[in-house]
Design a protein around this ligand. Structure first.
Ligand code: INI
Length: 157
């Protein structure tokens, strides 16, 4: 029985990281975690592109541009939506999540959800390099694995 699993080797992959400026005290830490993980897994510095957007709601749009460009093997989406600070939390968080999922399914490019949707600033910080790890790093590793799995599952030449 064939079993496939994308490797965690990043050399030769090209990744776009889309990161939101809203709550940049959190998203900056997610970005650092993501870039460090990509470099650590072997991506070349010039194969990592960082695209900045105003807020989480804009992340799906930029991720679609990146996915459709044909220039990237995967797109990592980073943001932080914090309920305590956001009256329209459900709309912003839901729009980001649904939009990112749609871009991944519509384009077939791995588009990874690294947007924190949390209740408090403390929860956000603990998932951005604090006691609960770094969601940016996790998203970067998921991007590498999915990009490599996609190659294994692509149609025969
Ligand atoms: N964007 C975020 O990324 N996080 C938030 O917590 C947030 N809040 O609090 O409103 C937020 N709003 C901005 C939104 O993403 C868009 O940039 C804006 O609505 C313009 O479309």
């Amino acid at each position: 029985m064939p079993e496939l699993c994308g490797s965690s080797e990043g050399a030769g992959l090209r990744v776009c990281v889309v990161v939101s400026r809203w709550n940049s005290f959190v998203t900056g830490k997610l970005l650092s975690g993501a870039v460090a993980a990509l470099l650590q897994r072997g991506l070349a510095d010039e194969d990592i592109t960082v695209a900045h957007v105003p807020g989480a709601f804009e992340v799906p749009t930029a991720s679609r541009w990146a996915a459709e460009s044909g220039r990237f093997d995967a797109v990592v989406c980073l943001g932080a939506v914090i309920r305590g600070e956001t009256a329209h939390f459900e709309y912003v968080a839901g729009g980001a999540a649904e939009g990112i999922a749609r871009v991944a399914l519509d384009t077939g490019v791995p588009v990874i959800f690294g947007v924190l949707t949390v209740e408090t600033v403390e929860q956000a910080l603990s998932r951005a390099g604090g006691k609960d790890g770094n969601k940016g790093e996790e998203a970067a590793l998921a991007a590498i694995e999915m990009a490599n799995l996609r190659r294994l599952l692509s149609p025969r030449a």
